[in-house]
Design a protein around this ligand. Structure first.
Ligand SMILES: Nc1ncnc2c1ncn2[C@@H]1O[C@H](COP(=O)(O)OP(=O)(O)OP(=O)(O)O)[C@@H](O)[C@H]1O
Ligand SMILES: [Zn+2]
Length: 716
């Protein structure tokens, strides 16, 4: 509901703005948040109910942060109640008291210190845990984030190898920053510039090529902030919070680090939230929603891999954490540091316009050159399997030289289609009208659009033939083919299927880092942010599908992804190579990727955006609707269009006619959308805020699912 509700104050306890209260709502008692107080109400006083219970005597957020949330509610056209709800963790939403109790800190005992790989041979997980604690005590949440689970901790504790330690033990883990290699000249320049901006609001974009050592820059600036007794909030993409990141932060800073991410339980999240709010931790490291954590003495916000799509929430409150980070930094008057090898076009445009400081790292920290991408024309190759002969030969050479090879394919499963050889029928999801992906590993057909599954048919549904053949390649098939071809080199596959178990991902990454695997096959999970020192060849198995997307951001995304994947090669300073297989070597994007660095490609694409008057040079919002009955969707959006056209707007505003989404049917529902474009963001804001009350009142709005998406990332 896009509104707030009035209550009389509690009989004895004061209700402060930003605090939670319990209130009667209909027949239930609910947790509410006080967002404003007033001397009068538009409702007759005798009809108002009173606050039943005051949960917090202090506001949950400082007023500046609450103001940011209120602003976000208006900007994203999302009900304030839901925005505030989203900004709280589950325990707080339920009305639990904020508490940071129960922080368990573990350290090695003397007996634990005597253990070796040999004595823990049958329990590699226990050995991992002991290794993690070698540098000093750690919190339970920190250990579980690095691949040690609760069972392991309990087992090792029973053996008296580890013991609970006081919180103060954490301070002793300080590994002096002086043990790091000296910063490069470019790093030093960036660090000096950033340090001179501390203490007030500014936004800096650190554009540093892959492997240029951006993390080192963050860490040095963070150390400066922490030394002043202030706190740092660091956002990382959803899959970017690796054990490696965490241990680098721990070692370099030697302070307590709070964590907020989806792998933690509710109590752990609440504990980190409270510790940040009380100023008990100096650094809070988290994914998207950690942005809303109150910090007692915030001094800096860092958004790593700022271009990453996971910063945009794709359902409910559809905010962009990077954009809201700008608002928060301004409200709290602290600097914001955005970092990426492949900055978003939004941030690049802001940097070019002089709104952001633009800092660059153009050299790799460990020396060596950035690998160039070379395309292999698949049309001229006899394909014996998923990879062409020149690729297999190149792989062979790199493997023989004792290096690792990373093969990237952004498609899970064995094959994206299972086809009847005799009649051409293929297994298709009836709810999405798209082929099922065959997952050999799970012996299932899986729809990647609606997540439904069915058993693999042994016969064609149409003609009864048993000749069902896979068409196209997924990572499973690639793994199988490569293992058969390179018998002597262990292959590992890293994608969402092979890492379903809780710590599987961390474990696999660990094994890759220890050099156990020589060939790494994976999706974008493998492509981002990892520092695999021995990889000297990256193979991009297939990009052709991406060349045909009609999303105006498709070129930007492809370029970012491929630059990131390529950046995994040669990070320890070796000569490295990237090979890309394609049927379209003459496609302009493929050409550009081979001849130009990211920033030049981005320049070209940005001028195209400017010409076409698309974001970041225009503001965009989308109203999307879906229902089982397509007519109802169309009727609703037609009425939306009519309502929008009633609002007087400036002439830069373009209201588009409703159109079907690229994937018009998904999970049984038909999907259409309507786009609104304008030169300025506030023109869109005015239009939407004036039209939405009427749109909500439409009868046709009651029979479809619909939402508003301001600054949408997906536009098809
Ligand atoms: N000053 C330095 N001297 C030597 N090595 C360094 C220095 N700074 C960073 N490195 C090393 O360079 C490698 C790349 O650093 P880092 O992972 O921070 O790069 P990055 O810029 O974050 O790259 P990406 O965007 O690809 O993730 C790491 O192995 C790191 O230890
Ligand atoms: Zn489906």
């Amino acid at each position: 509901m896009r509104r707030t509700f009035d209550y009389l104050p509690h009989a004895s306890q004061p209700c402060v703005i930003g605090a939670r209260v319990r209130v009667p709502f209909g027949r239930r008692m609910m947790v509410g948040i006080v967002v404003a107080t007033s001397d009068d109400s538009s409702w007759p006083t005798e009809q108002l109910k009173a606050v039943a219970d005051v949960i917090d005597d202090e506001p949950l957020w400082p007023s500046m942060l609450l103001d940011v949330l209120k602003w976000a509610s208006r900007y994203y056209q999302h009900p304030l109640g839901e925005v505030l709800h989203h900004a709280l963790n589950k325990k707080l939403r339920q009305g639990d008291a904020p508490t940071s109790a129960d922080i368990e800190v573990w350290q090695l005992t003397d007996l634990g210190r005597q253990q070796t790989v040999e004595t823990t041979k049958r329990a590699p997980k226990q050995w991992l845990l002991l290794c993690l604690l070698q540098d000093g005590a750690q919190e339970r949440a920190s250990l579980t984030s690095q691949g040690a689970n609760g069972t392991t901790i309990t087992a090792v504790h029973k053996k008296n190898w580890i013991e609970l330690a006081p919180l103060s033990a954490l301070q002793d883990t300080n590994v002096a920053a002086s043990q790091q290699p000296p910063a490069t000249v470019e790093q030093s320049v960036a660090i000096t510039a950033l340090n001179s901006n501390l203490g007030r609001f500014s936004v800096s974009l650190l554009e540093g090529i892959t492997g240029s050592g951006k993390t080192r820059v963050y860490l040095d600036v963070m150390a400066e902030v922490v030394a002043k007794g202030e706190q740092v909030l660091v956002l990382v993409p959803e899959i970017g919070l690796t054990p490696q990141t965490l241990s680098r932060f721990r070692q370099h800073l030697g302070v307590r680090i709070g964590l907020i991410h989806s792998g933690l339980n509710d109590s752990e999240r609440l504990a980190a939230w409270q510790a940040a709010r009380q100023g008990e931790i100096s650094v809070l490291l988290g994914t998207r929603s950690a942005l809303f954590t109150p910090m007692k003495n915030l001094g800096l916000i860092v958004v790593d891999e700022e271009h990453d799509g996971s910063y945009k929430q794709q359902d409910g409150f559809r905010y962009h954490a990077r954009d809201l980070a700008v608002m928060r930094a301004r409200a709290e008057q602290v600097p914001l540091l955005l970092g990426s090898a492949t900055p978003s076009f939004e941030s690049l445009a802001n940097a070019k316009a002089g709104r952001y400081h633009h800092l660059r790292l153009t050299q790799r920290a460990a020396g060596g050159k950035l690998p160039k991408i070379a395309a292999i024309d698949m049309r001229q190759q006899v394909m014996a399997g998923p990879l062409s002969a020149p690729i297999l030969n190149a792989m062979s050479e790199h493997l023989k030289a004792n290096n690792q090879v990373l093969v990237f394919l952004n498609r899970r499963g064995f094959s994206p289609v299972l086809l009847c050889h005799e009649c051409g029928w293929f297994a298709e999801c009836q709810r999405c009208n798209r082929p099922y992906t065959w997952h050999k590993q799970f012996r299932r057909l899986h729809c990647h659009h609606c997540q439904t599954e069915r058993p693999v048919p042994s016969q064609c549904d149409s003609c009864g033939s048993t000749q069902l053949v896979p068409v196209g390649q997924g990572t499973e098939q690639l793994e199988e083919a490569l293992q058969a071809h390179f018998v002597d080199y262990p292959v590992v596959r890293i994608d969402r299927d092979s890492t379903r178990r809780k710590d599987a991902f961390d474990q696999l990454v660990n094994d890759v880092q220890r050099g156990h695997y020589r060939i790494l096959v994976g999706t974008q999970m493998l492509a981002k942010g990892h520092d695999f020192a021995d990889v000297t060849l990256v193979v991009i198995a297939d990009v052709d599908g991406a060349l045909f997307s009609s999303d105006f951001r498709a070129a930007e995304r492809m370029c970012q992804l491929l630059t990131q994947v390529s950046g995994r090669a040669g990070r320890a300073g070796q000569d490295a190579q990237v090979l890309l297989q394609t049927h379209y070597p003459e496609h302009p994007w493929v050409q550009q990727l081979q001849t130009q660095p990211y920033d030049e490609v981005a320049d070209g694409l940005l001028s195209e955006r400017k010409q076409a008057q698309l974001p970041p040079y225009a503001a965009l919002a989308m109203i999307r609707a879906e229902a089982n009955d397509e007519n109802k969707v169309v009727q609703f959006l037609n009425e939306v269009e009519a309502e929008l056209r009633k609002v007087p707007v400036d002439k830069t505003v373009t209201i588009m006619a409703p159109s079907p989404c690229a994937m018009v049917r998904k999970a049984g529902r038909y999907r259409w959308q309507l786009a609104v474009l304008a030169a300025q963001k506030n023109a869109i804001q005015q239009l939407l805020s004036q039209a939405l009350p009427a749109i909500e009142g439409l009868r046709s709005a009651q029979v479809v699912r619909w939402h508003v998406d301001v600054d949408p990332q997906e536009t098809v």
